[in-house]
Design a protein around this ligand. Structure first.
Ligand code: PHE
Length: 344
């Protein structure tokens, strides 16, 4: 029996020594030390031993068990250490590596121009007003002195959602909404930026969607000279102190008289160049004195109050200002294009 135990020990130690896998180690532990294991098996034969032999064999058996347990314990510990080490290696971070930078965006040239214009007018005491992009025919046209079937509607071919609801073709409906909200109080002094929509060609200078900025002032004794002075101040701040303006007669149903406003070419100083097509002038906005019908619809008595309004396209101003020759660049999110405006 003693030999059996010794042989078992030799075999077990040799096998355990070679184990490289925790699962195999556990299997071997069960095989040798488990309830149905080989050591237990041998010890079961102890009943047939004499009283003198029993303690001797018992002692040997304990030594064998001890030796096997010891090597299993050592192996378990080694496996655990290895596992910790592996985890530490896998999770290793080099804290000296430079961080990953998030790409930093820039402000879109249209937003930039809109903000710049807003700032200039806020500096003159205006407040920013906004209105819905989906408008009623009433606010977009009728209240602006453009009755149904008025021929001037042709200038703004529209996207109708229903008979009476459309995507606004101009920011002018905000004039009416503001007047009605202010219930006859003065002064009205607002600037309204926003998206507008027209059925238009899709080419280098036209888009079915663009941005307008509208201005409206109402009060007692507001005159054409106030409009002119305001726009003169605006273009000097926007395009430089030497910029001049020129007013040409025009027509809008909601203003009377109406003007088309040109600025002296800020590129050539008015001498004539490619940008201004040799004319020395650049057309940038439409304006006029608020039509009495519009004042009345807005709740202001035309006998008591007068006002002026103006409207310009942000795209057109951005194109002129930054020398961009195709409006589609604004909407295609081409990083190479947008990036150029990062630090300006
Ligand atoms: N809303 C006009 C347009 O889109 C521009 C404009 C605004 C003209 C205000 C005069 C006064 O063409």
């Amino acid at each position: 029996m003693k030999e059996k135990l010794e042989a078992l020990k030799v075999e077990a130690l040799a096998k355990l020594q070679e184990v490289t896998d925790p699962q195999v180690l556990n299997d071997l532990r069960v095989k040798y030390l488990g309830k149905k294991g080989e050591l237990t098996e041998v010890l079961r034969g102890m009943g047939g031993l004499s009283a003198e032999e029993r303690p001797v064999i018992g002692q040997v058996a304990n030594l064998v068990r001890g030796a096997i347990e010891e090597i299993i314990g050592a192996k378990q510990e080694a496996f655990q250490q290895q596992e910790t080490l592996n985890r530490l290696n896998a999770e290793k971070v080099d804290v000296t590596l430079p961080g990953r930078r998030l790409p930093q965006g820039g402000i879109h040239p249209i937003s930039r121009v809109v903000q710049e214009i807003e700032d200039i007018f806020i500096g003159m005491g205006y407040r920013v007003a906004e209105g819905p992009e989906v408008e009623t025919d009433y606010y977009n046209f009728e209240a602006l002195n453009l009755p149904k079937n008025h021929p001037a509607r042709d200038m703004q071919d529209s996207f109708y959602l229903t008979e009476d609801i459309l995507m606004r073709t101009q920011t002018s409906p905000v004039q009416i909404r503001t007047m009605q909200a202010m219930k006859g109080e003065t002064p009205v002094k607002i600037i309204c930026p926003g998206k507008v929509f027209r059925r238009d060609d899709d080419d280098a200078t036209h888009s079915f969607q663009f941005h307008q900025i509208e201005g409206l002032v109402i009060g007692p004794n507001i005159r054409m000279s106030d409009l002119k002075g305001t726009l003169q101040q605006f273009v000097q701040e926007m395009f430089g102190p030497n910029t001049g303006i020129r007013l040409r007669p025009s027509f809008f149903p909601f203003t009377e008289p109406s003007v088309e406003v040109d600025v002296s070419c800020f590129k050539c100083g008015g001498h004539g160049c490619r940008l201004c097509k040799q004319s020395g002038w650049l057309e940038i906005l439409g304006a006029g004195m608020v039509h009495p019908n519009v004042l009345e619809i807005g709740g202001y008595d035309p006998a008591e109050y007068s006002g002026f309004a103006f409207g310009m396209g942000a795209e057109r101003i951005a194109m002129l200002k930054y020398g961009i020759d195709d409006i589609r660049y604004f909407y295609t999110n081409d990083m190479a294009f947008v990036k150029q405006f990062k630090g300006i």
